[in-house]
Design a protein around this ligand. Structure first.
Ligand code: MGD
Ligand code: MGD
Ligand code: MO
Length: 764
């Protein structure tokens, strides 16, 4: 190949993540969203005792918070919630839903906070205001009618933000209604983790807590964009780097936050060029190449150990740990020895010597953290990817030891918590017998619908009603165009939301939009101002108190709305004290503790503890709650190789100015993209092979062979430093390209990081 490229890749963002760029971007964002004073005052209480838990990401909240325990993106999330813009009934009188369907996500959410309950009026094609009583009565009637016809045709989606209290009430509503149809955002996110880890280490979550960062010797980072998605973790990474801890990163893109970081809360760093280099080795793995890369690491370690044993030298693997604590090592080691280096290099896109260097770093460390995000989970091999990382860690006993462990970085601020209080479609994961006993009813035992099954049901007509506790399902889900076309066939759609989005403007035959309080707002109930609880990424439960005046007095809390809907659609059940719960959320916490006494022991007394109330985690103590009672090595499946060079692998990405489908602006300053999100990042060689130059418009089609045509035209080509054969675009704009059936084996997480596509010039 000619090394000279027709166009040079975009010049890299010259500044570190954090730093002055971050302070400036934050100032602009606060001005743009209005209410800078309310936001500034709220920010002082963000992630602090007596304050609120950030509504952005789920990263851990330390016991001793930093002076300002928020990041640029957390501050943007706060400003977004506390905006002074309002989507009032007058707004809805001016715009039909047909018109609003032509608006972008930025424009729809840009209308501001929802203020009144709304009901869809088909004659005028508008949302009209209704009283809370009318809305709840109407929803109650419609849901009761659906329940009488078939309780399994209604779905209760949760987006990962609602509190533990509201979520507990929500799952109880679904089960009293008669189904386990509780899909959540985690089905598109870390479900691969929830399926992978119980099999290998016996817990569905990570094993790492904040203090492990202080004791670790090496950090291995896979497919997680820390500078954008969980920037507060940069504090821990920076501290580790200052102790000389190596950080080895696997990511197809050179993400700024993984390259270097300046701490905006460290004046010394802000004034000098003394930023921290984050990654000591950066491996630009092909997207979808992690299984091969991890195989390379494990192979090197196992063979180095074979040699050490033969020579009678010091062991490379932790043989005592493997013997005492694990099962399946023999078969796994055999598979690794048999793996072929040329296949590893081809599969990962990485040279053998780079992988060997990373393996040596791993072998030299006594305590290693394995951190990962969507780069591992959103693949056909999402479950196998996570299990392979778990295999790597087990080789040297890096689970259940200070400074070591596996660390999935969760997305939404309470997504992990929703699972802990029963939001799951899998009946075996819900305490159904306990619920039966506490509330005197017969819970449904049949498996419910996850996100993919919900989409299938909407498309084939077997789902008739959709209730959404937050989220923007029609944008976030795969095959979003096919889904939107089928959505209008639903009998009933009900959305509980803070801001207007696309899903709301595609109504079912009967449709309601209910405006709720956000977590930053003061939640007054009969029993006074309420506190709620959330769970962070490291399994600690925290208290969160609203600090800002509600956007308008008409808003109701999610807990109050769920309780009202439940009472309106279900026969009375004196065992479920909905009204008492709404008056005093501490009583919901008591109910949660009564349902899971071991997990939530002393919940009301302990959830305000500094650093939160840690959830018990057996793997942290090297108790393996797996079928065999041991930690399990798992042989990875053979990888599916794409042999057709005309097929590229599309990964869908987040910009630094969005929170999922909430788009704050069209810029992505870290990737040097301004004023548009309709772009396609390409390697210059792949551009040239298709006759494309920088700034040309590309036409992208999915390779799916299922009879459905999926295409996007008019994506501006941006030459970029990524592996050949890989292309990047933005989520959610690229979701029409993601086939519903293209999801992870075992977990059904849509394979949003590896969509097979063909790219050509849009004009050709
Ligand atoms: N500011 C902000 N914060 C957020 C969110 C947000 O939208 N904005 N979303 C929240 C949510 S719900 C979630 S789940 C998390 C998501 O946070 P992340 O887990 O960081 O998810 P992404 O940003 O989608 O992608 C992560 C990285 O994976 C890399 N990648 C893509 N394909 C591969 C691959 O095959 N292998 C490897 N090794 N890497 C790959 C991409 O280059 C990218 O850097 O963030 C949460 N926090
Ligand atoms: N192609 C592709 N698709 C993806 C992904 C990807 O990387 N690539 N990522 C996936 C992931 S990881 C996730 S988590 C999903 C996210 O998918 P969703 O669950 O849809 O989450 P959001 O986009 O965060 O939802 C935004 C909406 O939530 C509402 N909202 C905000 N705050 C609140 C609140 O406090 N209460 C209530 N009731 N509503 C509120 C607002 O109305 C807002 O419009 O998308 C997934 N889809
Ligand atoms: Mo997520």
């Amino acid at each position: 190949m000619n090394a000279k490229t027709p166009t040079s890749p975009v010049p890299p963002y010259p500044h570190p993540a954090g730093g002055w760029g971050s302070v400036k971007a934050l100032g602009i964002s606060l001005m743009r969203d209005g209410a800078p004073l309310a936001t500034a005052s709220a920010l002082r209480k963000q992630n602090k005792p007596g304050g609120f838990a950030c509504v952005g990401c789920a990263w851990a909240k330390p016991a001793k918070p930093h002076l300002a325990e928020f990041c640029e993106n957390g501050a943007k999330a706060t400003a977004w919630e506390l905006t002074d813009k309002r989507a009032t009934p007058e707004f809805f009188a001016r715009h039909s839903l047909a018109e609003l369907r032509g608006w972008s996500e930025l424009e729809l959410e840009g209308a501001g906070r929802l203020t009144e309950p709304l009901r869809y009026d088909a004659d005028s094609d508008r949302y009209l205001p209704v009283s809370w009583d009318e809305a709840i009565a109407g929803i109650g009637r419609a849901l009761a009618a659906q329940r009488a016809a078939d309780p399994r045709a209604t779905v209760f989606y949760a987006s990962g933000r609602a509190s533990l209290e509201a979520s507990y009430m929500y799952q109880l509503l679904a089960r009293l209604y008669g189904n386990n149809n509780l899909p959540d955002s985690s089905n598109m996110c870390h479900e691969s983790t929830s399926v992978a880890l119980p099999e290998t280490i016996g817990v569905p979550v990570g094993t790492v807590r904040l203090d492990d960062f202080e004791q670790t010797d090496a950090i291995f980072f896979f497919g997680q964009n820390v500078g954008v998605s969980s920037p507060r973790m940069l504090h821990q990474l920076q501290e580790a780097r200052q102790r000389g801890v190596p950080i080895v990163t696997f990511n197809p893109l050179k993400e700024v936050g993984l390259v270097h970081f300046a701490n905006p809360q460290s004046p010394a760093q802000m004034l000098t060029p003394g930023e921290t280099t984050i990654s000591t080795q950066y491996l630009q793995v092909r997207n979808g190449g992690d299984l091969a890369a991890l195989t390379g690491l494990c192979k090197w370690l196992i063979e180095a150990d074979d040699i050490a044993q033969a020579r009678g030298g010091a062991r490379v693997l932790d043989a005592a740990f493997i013997a005492e604590h694990t099962q399946g090592f023999g078969a796994f080691a055999q598979a690794m020895r048999a793996a072929d280096w040329s296949a590893i290099e081809r599969g990962s896109g990485l040279p053998r010597d780079a992988l060997e260097r990373a393996a040596k770093t791993y072998a030299h460390a006594t305590a290693v953290l394995g951190i990962y995000g969507m780069g591992l989970t959103q693949h056909r091999e999402g479950v196998a990817n996570v299990q392979m990382l778990s295999n790597l860690l087990l080789l040297r006993g890096n689970i259940g030891r200070p400074g070591a462990g596996i660390c999935p970085v969760r997305g939404h601020s309470n997504v992990q918590g929703q699972r802990s209080v029963g939001i799951t479609e899998k009946p075996e994961l819900a305490p159904l017998d306990r619920l039966a006993e506490l509330y005197a009813f017969e819970p449904p035992r049949e498996r419910g619908r996850d996100t993919v099954a919900t989409c299938e049901g909407v498309i084939d007509g077997s789902v008739r009603a959709f209730v959404g506790l937050g989220g923007n399902f029609l944008r976030a889900a795969p095959d979003s165009q096919r889904l939107a076309a089928a959505w209008a066939g639903l009998d009933l759609t009900v959305h509980v939301a803070t801001r207007l989005n696309f899903t709301h403007v595609v109504p079912g035959r009967e449709s309601y939009l209910l405006p709720c309080l956000g977590r930053i707002e003061i939640d007054q109930q009969a029993g006074g101002a309420q506190t709620v609880a959330v769970e962070d990424s490291t399994g600690c439960f925290h208290a969160s108190d609203g600090v800002a005046e509600p956007a308008v007095p008409t808003l109701r809390s999610e807990a109050a709305i769920v309780a009202a809907i439940a009472q309106a659609c279900l026969p009375p059940n004196p065992r479920v004290p909905w009204n008492d719960w709404v008056a005093d959320y501490a009583k919901v916490r008591d109910a949660i503790e009564a349902t899971w006494p071991d997990v939530f022991q002393g919940f009301n007394q302990r959830f305000r503890d500094p650093g939160g109330l840690p959830k018990p985690n057996a793997a942290r103590e090297r108790r393996w709650e797996t079928d065999s009672g041991k930690a399990q090595f798992i042989v990875p499946p053979p990888t599916e190789h794409e042999s057709d060079p005309s097929v590229l692998r599309l990964m869908t990405l987040r910009s630094d100015d969005q929170f999922n489908t909430s788009i704050y602006s069209l810029d992505d300053r870290f990737r040097n993209v301004w004023g548009t999100r309709r772009v396609l990042f390409m390697h210059p060689h792949d551009m040239r092979a298709r006759g494309l130059a920088e700034g040309d418009m590309a036409h992208v089609t999915t390779v799916a062979h299922d009879g459905h045509r999926r295409e996007l035209a008019g994506l501006r080509v941006v030459p970029y430093d990524l592996p050949r054969g890989s292309v990047g675009g933005y989520f959610p704009e690229c979701n029409p390209l993601l086939p519903l059936q293209h999801h992870a084996h075992g977990s059904h997480v849509p394979a949003a990081k590896n969509i097979p596509v063909r790219v050509k010039s849009a004009v050709a």
